[in-house]
Design a protein around this ligand. Sequence first.
Ligand code: A2P
Length: 276
Amino acid sequence: MTATATVPTPPVKEAPHHVEKVLWVKHWTDRLFSFAITRPASLRFRSGEFVMIGLPPREELGEKKPILRAYSVASPHFAEELEFFSIKVPDGPLTSRLQLIQEGDEVLLGKKPTGTLVLDAVRPGKRLFLFGTGTGLAPWLSVARDPDAYARFERVIVAHGVREVQELAYRDLFTAEIHDDPLVGDEAKAQLTYYPTVTREPFERQGRFTDLITSGQIFRDLGLDQVKFDPEHDRAMLCGSMAMIKDTAALLEAHGLKEGSNADPGDFVIERAFVG
Ligand code: A2P
């Protein structure tokens, strides 16, 4: 009999992030771009959730850790690729580099998508208002391409607020392309309203969400009989700057809507659009 020394095997350390490949990049303006990456088979998420995105450290520059930021996934939960809509911040630790990515480059992807801008966090209702300013449109690209949104609500309103007309990224998607989507095309034609508004130059609709709500214009534009949100039937999700969320949420509350969460679904949910 031979004695064998048992050497304990060290636990295999799991990589903290997936390493995925860039599939395409689209530049909208000098401040906005979108990109898509491959999706690892193990990654599960709900439409509207966010995940960490980053770039590998440049060892030649002495970088030890990757820089990561939270990004809403702009694809619906069943999509084969993962799409993101990003701002370009000239001095931003991540986006100053991320804006330079090209097809085939590697991007780090967090393993735990999460978030509150999901259909499960709002109570059943008739109308779902999705309010997004700037890149705060991203989660609505996911939710509005998910058939579940149309199964749960009679009407889905994607409201996009920007400073300048050229920042209305995805306008072609919402005004035309989505109507040919094999999964939600018919539902989008019948149930989806795209509601863009511009604040700092002439456009067919102007003004902040807060002003459009307070004046009642949004309700008239949508052909509704009401001049306020109706807590029985209206649900909302907010994504954008802190100031927009704070002011719009205060209005929703004044109209009798209550904030919800994953643990306690309500009439509206909020999440800050991520920058950096
Ligand atoms: P405005 O041009 O009047 O500031 P930003 O790029 O600063 O995030 O702004 C995106 C859009 O959100 C702009 O149209 C901006 O309008 C609007 N906005 C900014 N702050 C608020 C707020 N507190 N409430 C409603 N809309 C806001």
